[in-house]
Design a protein around this ligand. Structure first.
Ligand code: SF4
Ligand code: SF4
Length: 183
């Protein structure tokens, strides 16, 4: 067949030696590489049984905070929604009624609080804007799901456990917060 250019390099095909023909040396070379990696520190882990530690500044799923008495800290001021560049936060404010002091810390609270996780870019601006330490980004991933609606998280999805009913869950959630504050 005629070459298309004059830059063709004709390769000389040398006959294989006996050692090359039985591939023993190449097999040994391959095994050496395998053996070398066998004793190296593994780059992978057995997820989900094992989990990597998160960076202290990791920004994951948002959490709505409670105080030590279990009262919701959010006062529905709307600063987080204003700060959010993705317009992912919506809320409706309500006045605290007499007798609800054990539920809500401030006189005004968020009757409805929603974050659209499909919009959120996990920038952390909502956390920075909040004057009441009511929202922060935790060490949790947003779980995968099949419908768009399931990515709209409401207040019950976001609130941390009540210390009166689940002290361990509350302490764990607060522990994550404390780790971030140390950085
Ligand atoms: S992390 Fe950023 S994008 Fe997500 S809700 Fe907060 S401010 Fe909006
Ligand atoms: S989370 Fe914070 S910034 Fe957002 S409405 Fe509640 S108190 Fe205001």
């Amino acid at each position: 067949m005629e070459a298309l250019t004059n830059r063709v390099k004709v390769m000389e095909r040398k006959p294989m030696t006996f050692v090359e023909k039985i591939y023993l040396w190449n097999i040994m070379k391959g095994m050496m590489i395998t053996l070398k990696h066998f004793f190296k520190k593994k780059a992978t882990i057995k997820y989900p049984e094992q989990k990597r530690p998160f960076s202290p500044v990791w920004r994951g799923l948002q959490i709505l905070n409670r105080d030590e008495e279990g009262r919701e800290r959010c006062t529905a001021c709307g600063l987080c929604a204003v700060a959010c560049p993705a317009e992912a936060i919506t809320m409706e404010a309500a006045e605290r009624e007499p007798g609800e002091e054990n539920l809500y810390r401030e006189e005004k609270y968020a009757a409805k609080y929603e974050i659209n996780m499909l919009r959120c870019i996990f920038c952390g601006l909502c956390e920075e804007a909040c004057p009441k330490d009511a929202i922060y980004l935790s060490e949790t991933f947003t779980p995968s799901n099949y419908t768009r609606e399931s990515f709209i998280y409401n207040k019950s999805d976001l609130l941390i456990p009540d210390p009166k009913t689940d002290p361990q869950g509350f302490a764990k959630a607060r522990g994550n917060r404390a780790k971030k504050e140390e950085v």
